[in-house]
Write a protein that binds this ligand. Structure first.
Ligand SMILES: NC(=O)c1ccc[n+]([C@@H]2O[C@H](COP(=O)([O-])OP(=O)(O)OC[C@H]3O[C@@H](n4cnc5c(N)ncnc54)[C@H](OP(=O)(O)O)[C@@H]3O)[C@@H](O)[C@H]2O)c1
Length: 302
């Protein structure tokens, strides 16, 4: 008889968290338990119907965190938010995981390698690095594994938030020479890797990194054109120094909005060759064949 592993997940009502939950619910060796805020309960109905155990509460509720993490093998965070969530709330979640004797904790990173992005380069990477250092000091025997996948190779990110390519406008945008390669992985493949890390019987180490594709700007354009049969117009928006100036202008504007300059910060890091995944550990889970840009564009008919 297989002994089931309890996997505890926070953020299951979100985009990535929902995909992680679905992956874990299809694994017969897993019992999935999720923390859901009362106001979001209706959005967890499909997961509950599929067998997830629901703990109602949020990350400030110590009793809910104890109930969530009880006997958990791995605790996964897929939350999104500012420092009060990424640093303070994840710290409480890690403390609960440690108290309950969890084997592993996966923080909500799912990004490029924030350990090689300089301080101030990407504000959200700064927060995640700060949490990583706290976690390293406070984890006890819990194995904290940062799952790093580059940028999301999806409509919402490569073709949206960062907007390397605007498929509707048939245009690709670049600053500088676009030579450094960057890593891209779909949401779905990220969820598959995260579920695999969560149930792994063996020690993984502080980082698990994998990518579906690693391409420079010209490579992304070529992959898109090959898969879609559509020729793109390439717009060079300026040098990397121009990009720095544009970010500073948006960041220091009256009523500055993080959303206006955060995508540019991510793109700048990639265009400077920061945050690259090295080494990539795709081979650890040979059952997962992550989608490339060509695969994704063909499948989505972008
Ligand atoms: N590499 C990339 O290109 C890329 C791009 C986008 C995102 N990401 C990363 O992927 C991760 C997930 O992002 P996402 O876009 O899937 O996020 P999302 O859709 O906004 O979902 C966030 C989830 O966190 C939950 N949450 C937030 N604060 C909470 C709290 N205090 N207590 C309990 N639950 C809380 C939300 O619950 P409610 O439903 O109750 O609000 C929701 O389930 C993040 O680490 C993000 O940085 C990476």
């Amino acid at each position: 008889m297989t002994i089931k592993k309890t996997i505890a997940l926070v953020g299951a009502t979100g985009h990535l968290g929902g995909l992680i939950a679905h992956e874990l619910l299809t694994d017969p060796t897993v019992d999935l338990r999720i923390l859901v805020r009362p106001s979001s309960r209706s959005r967890a109905a499909n997961l509950e119907a599929a067998g997830a155990e629901i703990i109602e509460g949020d990350l400030s509720d110590e009793d809910a965190l104890a109930a969530l993490t009880r006997d958990a093998y791995t605790v996964i965070s897929a939350v999104q938010g500012g420092p009060e969530t990424i640093i303070d709330a994840q710290r409480r979640l890690l403390a609960a995981a440690r108290t309950s004797g969890a084997r592993r904790f996966i923080p909500s990173d799912f990004s490029l390698d924030m350990f090689t992005v300089p301080e101030g380069g990407i504000v959200t990477a700064d927060m995640r690095r700060t949490f990583a250092h706290i976690a390293d000091a406070e984890r006890g025997d819990v194995e904290v594994v940062h799952v790093l996948i580059g940028g999301f190779l999806d409509r919402g990110v490569l073709f949206g938030f960062i907007r390397v390519i605007d498929a509707q406008a048939k245009t690709a945008y670049v600053w500088g020479d676009g030579h450094p390669p960057a890593d891209w992985t779909t949401y779905v493949d990220t969820a598959r890797y995260t579920a695999a890390v969560a149930v792994d019987d063996d020690e993984i180490g502080p980082v698990f990194s994998a990518a579906g594709d690693t391409l420079d700007f010209a490579g992304i354009v070529a992959a898109y054109e090959e898969a879609s049969g559509t020729k793109l117009t390439v717009k060079r928006l300026g040098s990397l120094e121009d990009l720095d100036a544009r970010i500073d202008e948006l960041r220091t504007a009256p009523n500055a909005d993080l959303r206006s300059y955060l995508p540019l910060m991510y793109y700048r890091a990639q265009l400077r060759g920061q945050g690259q995944l090295n080494p990539k550990m795709n081979d650890r889970y040979p059952g997962i064949t992550p989608a490339t840009v060509v695969d994704y564009v063909r499948a989505e008919e972008l």
